[in-house]
Design a protein around this ligand. Structure first.
Ligand code: MG
Length: 157
């Protein structure tokens, strides 16, 4: 019997004009969005890296290179679903924190949990999403971008 495996994920993306803000697969109303090769869903990217870390499957950049045209504008929730199919063990739980000054994510928390959990094929109660500001400090504080952190546990067999 093997022990559960834990993984950590971190990501950040820069704000840009004329982009939708998509976090955890949910379109969040805001005056700007995040820039990137894919849909720049920083939360989902952190969750993907946490899961890949737990499974020992390298990282999101190795699996889905941002130099590949196939991933231009990619739906990150779709990538998460693809990753879920490669893990080789059931997801125990996922916990994530989004670091941003605005907008407030409280009203969207349950939708983000549900969307992430659906892609992973687990009940929403196994996915937790938190948000915090950076108290005005650094790139998050200047509203230049958004950061996200996640941990994931894969069940032992
Ligand atoms: Mg990313």
């Amino acid at each position: 019997m093997s022990a559960p495996r834990v993984g950590i994920g971190y990501d950040s993306h820069r704000f840009g004009a004329g982009r939708p803000l998509i976090l955890g697969g949910v379109l969040i109303p805001h005056d700007r969005g995040l820039t990137g090769h894919s849909d720049a869903d920083v939360l989902t990217h952190a969750v993907i890296d946490a899961l890949l870390g737990a499974a020992g499957l390298t990282d999101i950049g190795a699996l889905f290179p941002d130099t590949e045209a196939a991933y231009a504008g990619a739906d990150s929730i779709g990538l998460l679903g693809e990753v879920a199919g490669r893990l080789g063990a059931p997801v125990g739980n996922v916990d994530a924190t989004v670091v941003l000054e605005r907008p407030r994510l409280g009203p969207h928390r349950e939708a983000m949990r549900a969307r992430l959990a659906e892609a992973l094929g687990v009940p929403a109660g196994r996915v937790n999403v938190k948000a915090t500001t950076n108290e005005g400090m650094g790139f998050v504080g200047r509203e230049e971008g958004v950061a996200a952190l996640a941990v994931a546990v894969l069940a032992g067999d």
